[in-house]
Write a protein that binds this ligand. Structure first.
Ligand SMILES: [Zn+2]
Length: 411
């Protein structure tokens, strides 16, 4: 068998023995010849004894798990009364942990985009031990000192269990360079909860918030109006789009139900595959798909109208409007909806009535939809990662790790 030699990369140790079986056990000894007396804080060079052996899990080598064994040196202080002894501490481990610091970071890196139980299974250690690494290395709340300015805040809600109505609120900063930063995970989305968090942002940073993107939820809007009166509230374009697209889709479901009753089975089955084309961006459809969609519209002219209105509204948001011209365009669109006689958009028209100001604020510092979409995709991924984690501190740590883990702990 060919052998290689690789550096151990642990400072201030010499290797005493190395045993390679299923795992690799490396016995080391400290080369540091002193300790700081825990009583007087002075350096002592008077060796006393070796302490109890520590077995520390370290980063794997060639797929084998690695254990570092070390008996910490103890030193006696000649200056202090009773000559107390102090156990030496080296930089690469923490005596309260069963892992080297490098292994803690390694575990953390494995956890990004994965789950704690999965990492625990792969590493052959307990769930709590992986959690312990996260607790040691990841903050439970944001460190404001790290942040220079906030610019745009986002308020989103996440459901902790699929289909549940218990929401927690996610507060993010959407920075001009495209980075999403997690600022807080709040226990609910009530106005007072959100408001008190916003007030807890240091004055210096609060003054840098110019815009807050929200889902159309009264509690968010009121909290922002009170705690950040200088900030412009923007109804998140993604949520606005979802709201009117859902209206069109509601009609699509009704039409589908009716066609199922009125058409022969073969005819209906032929159309069934076409239904999902309705939901897609028309620009993504090829010629054949457009043809099939046209066939569907021949059977259902209402659906064609709803589809056209939906796309017209999207086009308004794609256009480089001012707030005033955007508002006028939306009002023209509302008149077209009323003339069409369609009722599927009723709930969206109500939303428009309540939120037109916030919705048209979008046009003021209109950011490209790609920019907005980038954040929303990140938030969407985060939301999906939250199911089942109900401890808010852990939730913050996990999300924080997903968002910033590679930057903070990557190699
Ligand atoms: Zn001393």
């Amino acid at each position: 068998m060919p052998n290689i030699e690789i550096p151990l990369d642990l400072p201030e140790v010499r290797v005493l023995k190395c045993k390679v079986s299923g795992q690799i056990i490396i016995a080391v000894e400290s080369t540091r010849e002193w300790a700081i007396c825990h009583k007087c804080g002075e350096k002592t060079h008077e060796f006393h004894s070796y302490g109890r052996q520590l077995r520390l899990r370290h980063m794997p080598i060639l797929g084998r798990s690695v254990i570092i064994e070390i008996r910490p040196k103890r030193f006696r202080c000649p200056a202090c009364d009773g000559n107390p002894t102090t156990t030496q501490k080296l930089e690469w481990y923490d005596e309260r942990s069963q892992n080297t610091k490098a292994y803690d970071q390694w575990l953390l890196l494995q956890t990004i985009g994965s789950t704690i139980s999965d990492v625990a299974r792969k590493e052959g250690i307990s769930y709590d031990r992986v959690l312990g690494s996260i607790e040691r290395l990841v903050l439970a709340s944001v460190d404001w000192d790290e942040i220079e300015q906030l610019d745009v805040l986002g308020l989103d809600e996440i459901a902790l269990k699929k289909g549940h109505r218990d929401f927690v609120a996610l507060v993010t900063a959407r920075q001009a360079d495209g980075q999403l930063r997690l600022l807080g995970v709040l226990r609910d989305r009530k106005q007072e909860t959100v408001e008190s968090f916003l007030r807890s942002i240091p004055e210096r940073l609060r003054a840098t918030i110019h815009e807050v993107c929200i889902d159309m939820w009264e509690g968010y809007a009121n909290a922002v109006r009170k705690a950040l009166p200088q900030a412009k509230i923007i109804a998140d374009r993604y949520h606005v789009a979802k709201s009117y697209r859902d209206c069109a889709d509601k009609l699509r479901k009704e039409v589908q139900r009716d066609l199922k009753k009125s058409l022969k089975k073969e005819q209906y089955d032929g159309l069934k595959g076409t239904m999902w084309l309705f939901r897609r961006d028309p620009q993504e459809l090829d010629k054949e798909e457009r043809g099939r969609l046209a066939l569907l519209f021949e059977c259902a002219s209402d659906l064609k109208q709803a589809w056209r209105l939906r796309e017209q509204l999207t086009a308004i948001f794609e256009t480089d409007h001012t707030k005033e011209s955007g508002r006028a365009a939306i009002k023209r669109w509302v008149r077209r909806v009323r003339r069409s006689g369609l009722t599927c958009f009723e709930s969206f028209l109500t939303t428009l009535g309540n939120w037109l100001d916030e919705i048209t604020n979008y046009f003021v510092n209109r950011r490209s939809s790609g920019f907005v979409e980038g954040f929303n995709n990140k938030v969407k991924v985060l939301k999906r990662r939250c199911y089942g984690i109900t401890n808010l501190k852990h939730l913050f740590q996990r999300l924080y790790l997903d968002l910033e883990g590679y930057r903070l702990f990557g190699l």
